[in-house]
Design a protein around this ligand. Structure first.
Ligand SMILES: Cc1ncc(COP(=O)(O)O)c(C=O)c1O
Length: 505
């Protein structure tokens, strides 16, 4: 048995720390017999320098926002300010335990409370919970609240959720996980909501409509208030997918547009690092009539006399507030992803009341880049279409825009995917590809506010170069990356998620 520990100090252990002070026998006795390994797993062995080199090598094979421009539409891959890391690593943040009593964690609770308040203000909602840890989990949580609300007013028969055909896939997936049937409605030719289609979709069985504004085409839905009236008069609720918050913060808010519930992606709008599945944070905000159904607990506060604690404090006592008997319960082990909340708080604090500047720059960058790509070159315009092609909305976009590579494909067989892969050779991450599905050969580009004019100019230039390159080069790209073009269908159908040695555990 002691063999299981002895490899720690041995050559090939992957680390060089002193042996733990507890003896092996003591450690082993604290583990129930049935949970103990009978033999060592067949994991590769390497020394500490070899391990460090291995992971450094792996990190070089990857592409991240710190390597280059990352215009991944709908994902808001903005720079992650390093000051946020400093703040989240302060001892009062990273040396605390989730189960510590309230009087030990007043600072963190104050940050939670302030984030709830700030997000509620920015979105025009009455109450926010920070518990969900992804946008999709936020959607699910809010849809469950809507479901419980309808039950509480005797309207449990409402079983349908309306989504536009430009919706992100998580919207129908989350609603469907709650047991709802999905009704998809088509967009108009200008890419905006088709109110006639909405009118014929709503009915006595409508539970909600889920929509993002600006839409995934980067277009502000100017008829949103009208859409909200249609849904509300049928007895349904309006759900706002806040993934595109970067475009509107400080300018307008979903509450004003007529929404009842919203989620935010702190890992997009508020610069929490993301990618590769996490770690994220997807708080939701709701209007008062949905508050009692929120997951429990919320961060609360009450006024106190600070002289009781030597005048130290801000005059409030912060605590975990139970939502009450109607709560849908917890949706996460703890009360959210605290690290993501603290980083996002640090980010917003630096803007303060000027948060709207972030959106202004994001929208400016997006329109500038779109203009640089599309104008004034006639040759370019013949190879790609800025989408949607017609309507007033095609002239100005919000924080992101979509291009259709269909004309290029018709011309020389080069697809949107080929152009995206070729961009990797130019040191740029591929934009979002083939989403939204209503745009043929779609590239969706979101520059974010953190990129400079020089970066955008360079991207437009490289993009133009690719459009006139030899199709044989583009269709076989990427050529300079460690991993070349992979067989995505094979990879999706033959997932390899563990080391072969793990089979022996
Ligand atoms: C429009 C939109 N809605 C919802 C989501 C889901 O967010 P998350 O990835 O945090 O679950 C995304 C994520 O890309 C999105 O772009």
């Amino acid at each position: 048995m002691s063999d299981l520990f002895s490899f720690k100090g041995a050559k090939g252990a992957g680390w060089s720390q002193p042996e733990p002070s507890l003896d092996n026998e003591h450690l082993m006795n604290s583990i129930p017999e049935q949970l103990r390994r009978k033999s060592l797993p067949n994991w590769p062995r390497a020394s500490e320098p070899e391990i460090v080199r291995h992971y450094t090598w792996l990190s070089h094979r990857n592409f991240g926002i710190d390597n280059g421009f990352y215009p991944l539409g709908s994902c808001t891959m903005k720079h992650n300010p390093r000051v946020n890391e400093k703040i989240v690593q302060l001892p009062g943040m990273d040396r605390i335990h989730p189960l510590q009593p309230e009087h030990h964690v007043q600072g963190l609770l104050a940050i939670y409370f302030e984030m709830q308040e700030m997000l509620a203000t920015c979105s025009g909602m009455d109450q926010v919970t920070l518990q969900p840890v992804a946008g999709a989990q936020g959607e699910f949580t809010a849809m469950r609240c809507i479901q419980e609300y309808h039950k509480s007013i005797g309207q449990q028969h409402r079983s349908k959720v309306i989504v536009p055909d430009s919706a992100h896939g998580t919207n129908p997936a989350s609603a469907s996980m709650c047991g709802y049937e999905i009704i998809e409605i088509p967009s108009g030719s200008d890419g905006c909501l088709d109110l006639d289609a909405l009118k014929s979709a709503v009915g006595d069985d409508t539970a909600a409509m889920m929509i993002t504004n600006p839409s995934t085409l980067g277009i502000f839905e100017h008829q949103i208030a009208e859409a909200a009236k249609i849904v509300h008069s049928a007895g349904g609720q309006m759900y706002y997918d806040g993934a595109n918050f970067n475009a509107i913060i400080g300018k307008t808010d979903p509450g004003r547009m007529g929404f009842d519930a919203v989620h935010y992606n702190l890992h997009k709008t508020f610069s929490q690092p993301h990618g590769g599945g996490g770690p994220g944070s997807g708080p939701i905000g709701v209007k008062q009539h949905l508050r009692q159904f929120l997951p429990t607990p919320l961060a609360g506060r009450r006024e106190i006399d600070d002289s009781d604690r030597g005048g130290v404090g801000d005059g409030y006592w912060y605590f975990w507030e139970d939502v009450g008997k109607d709560s849908i319960g917890k949706v996460q082990q703890w009360n959210g992803n605290a690290g993501a909340v603290v980083r996002s708080w640090a980010f917003y604090r630096r803007y303060g009341r000027e948060l709207e500047k972030m959106s202004e720059h994001a929208v400016l960058n997006s329109n500038y880049l779109r203009y640089k790509i599309m104008n004034p070159d006639k040759e370019v315009i013949e190879k790609i279409h800025a989408m949607p092609v017609d309507g007033a909305a095609s002239k100005l976009v919000m924080h992101e825009f979509t291009l259709s590579m269909s004309p290029l494909k018709d011309l020389n067989g080069v697809t949107g995917k080929d152009v995206a892969k070729r961009l990797l050779d130019y040191g740029v991450m591929a934009p979002t590809l083939y989403f939204p599905m209503i745009v043929p050969e779609c590239l969706m580009i979101e520059p974010t506010e953190t990129e400079s004019k020089e970066v955008l100019d360079r991207f437009a230039k490289d993009f133009h170069t690719i459009l006139s390159e030899d199709p044989n080069i583009v269709t076989t790209a990427p050529h300079t990356t460690d991993v070349k073009r992979v067989d995505e269908v094979w990879a999706a159908r033959n997932l390899i998620l563990k080391h072969p040695g793990e089979d022996e555990i």
